[in-house]
Design a protein around this ligand. Structure first.
Ligand code: HPA
Length: 274
């Protein structure tokens, strides 16, 4: 019989625990062009995804594909340098599997970063946004199928997917560091195409401030498993229908890389004060 999700999580956990003594308190997922935070992790063990049982490999541009365990801001962390996306053809179980492993290894928190299009007309390319809520527009849900009660409840609450205390902490630190930080709603889509003008208009009208091709499935699984979540988007392109310019992944990566020092500074201080 094929191993259950629970058995796969246990197998991967044991593999990682055999490589490191780190007991991660915080899981971190680093998105497109935002992998540099990983360089700040000390006493680290770097494990390429291709070596880890039950892990997929990163095929997205600008994403390294390493799991890194170590210390950051005085905390033990487990960071993913690069993530898995629906547009790569992976199932949601595969995409969200690392979040399950983080939880199984003892993490209590998940910090998410991503590159996103700015729907809110006040946002500029290069700005950062702390995610207050999300809209799942992927047409999928990682919790569909039999529910293993050991992993979480059948019908998880989503009244506070992003932790209010962590949002407040992020805002206070951004103010102290003089980093401009918007607050807003992230709409999660599958990609891989960027949206049409009509779709951007729709996203604006339904209350989205930013749109991207990741994060939402991971956060659903994080909440299901009881993790407290903080999400920060780097706005890489301005998605205002009446002044829309063509975008491509090189542009997205280069804007994210420019914002990376601010993202890194912000997240490192947040972890220090968590
Ligand atoms: N749409 C979807 N995903 C994105 C975008 C966008 O405009 N920019 C960066 N990621």
């Amino acid at each position: 019989m094929a191993p259950s999700l629970w058995e796969k999580i246990e197998e991967t956990k044991k593999f990682i625990q055999a490589r490191t003594n780190i007991k991660p308190h915080i899981g971190i997922i680093l998105g497109t062009g935002l992998g540099a935070l990983a360089e700040k992790i000390e006493e680290k063990e770097v494990i390429p995804y291709r070596d880890i049982p039950n892990f997929a490999v990163s095929t997205a541009p600008g994403q390294e594909g390493n799991l890194i365990l170590g210390r950051l801001g005085g905390k033990e962390v487990m960071a993913m340098q690069g993530r898995f996306h629906l547009y790569e053809g992976y199932s949601l179980e595969v995409i969200t599997f690392p979040v399950r492993v983080m939880r199984a290894m003892g993490a209590a928190f998940l910090i998410e970063s991503n590159a996103a299009g700015g729907i809110n007309p006040n946002f500029r390319a290069g700005d950062l946004m702390v995610i207050t809520d999300h809209i799942n527009l992927t047409g999928h849900n990682p919790l569909i199928g039999p529910n293993d009660e050991r992993l979480g409840p059948r019908f998880p609450d989503m009244s506070e997917p992003y932790d209010n205390e962590l949002i407040e902490l992020a805002e206070r630190i951004a103010l102290e560091e003089r980093i401009k930080l918007h607050k807003g709603v992230y709409a999660g889509v599958t990609g891989p195409n960027f949206e049409t003008r009509a779709e951007y208009r729709f996203l604006y009208r339904i209350g989205a401030d930013a749109v991207g091709m990741s994060t939402v499935p991971e956060v659903i699984v994080a909440k299901h498993s009881g993790l407290r979540v903080l999400g920060i988007s780097c706005i890489t392109d301005e998605c205002v229908p009446d002044r829309l310019e063509p975008v491509d992944s090189d542009k997205v990566i280069s804007v994210a890389r420019k914002a990376e020092p601010r993202m890194t500074k912000l997240v490192k201080r947040i972890i220090t004060e968590m």
